[in-house]
Design a protein around this ligand. Sequence first.
Ligand code: PD2
Ligand code: ZN
Length: 268
Amino acid sequence: MSTADLLALCQWADENRARGCTTESMIQAMRDSGHDDPTIIAVARHLEPGSGPQIKGAGTETTLALPDRQVTVASQLADPEIVVLRDFLSAEECAELIELAKSRLARSTTVSRETGEAQLHHARTSDGAFFNRGETQLIDKIEQRIAALTGWPVENGEGLQVLRYGIGGEYRPHFDYFDPALPGSHTHLARGGQRLGTLLMYLNTPEAGGHTSFPRVGMTAAPIAGHACYFASSWADVIDPRSEHASVPVTKGEKWVATKWLRERQFI
Ligand code: PD2
Ligand code: ZN
């Protein structure tokens, strides 16, 4: 859709808002008229700007002053929102997270599309460790930092997951959101709603490989120790297929990364 068409659609939405229409009814009307999900998300964000996690200032500022740390914006894509940040974690924080995870690692799983159960899958060959929210002082500190970065409550975050990929380890292209059309998504959506966005925090720098790639938009984020990559996945139940992403195989060394998924509501 052209910028002019999107502006016209936003104007239509503003006029409907003034007449008392709800965002939900306008989303339905846009679906009925055949608009695609990315367009609907852009209009919904226009109508309700503070209604999801967002990295304020990423498009205009080089440095974001978070309460406990200055973070640099390395690169940014506005739509779909993908932001690469430098110095989100210190070297000490990265090392401590890796140490915490080492004794807890188990083969990572994916969610069955049919039943929602965890399953081993050849498309995801990392080992991972789960942590409860606020489980250690460091985890609590990082979660507060993520909340300040995204403007999204700590309670809406899933527990941190630390992943290790060995040589050849990868996570093939996938979506972090739960597709509402799949039966296996229902139990997951009941625990705090949709996954709206993901923050990946790189804990080391692999010697080769291990990039996070977004094949539909042709972008890659390099796994560099302390850097982070935020991307938006959905707006409530409107999912954004452009958020498809992968962790490409590590070809030399190993890769450690921490993942934080942000939900619509409190995650229980
Ligand atoms: O490790 C990554 O770069 C990565 C890429 C894609 C992690 C995830 N997805 C994930 O944990 O969802
Ligand atoms: Zn993912």
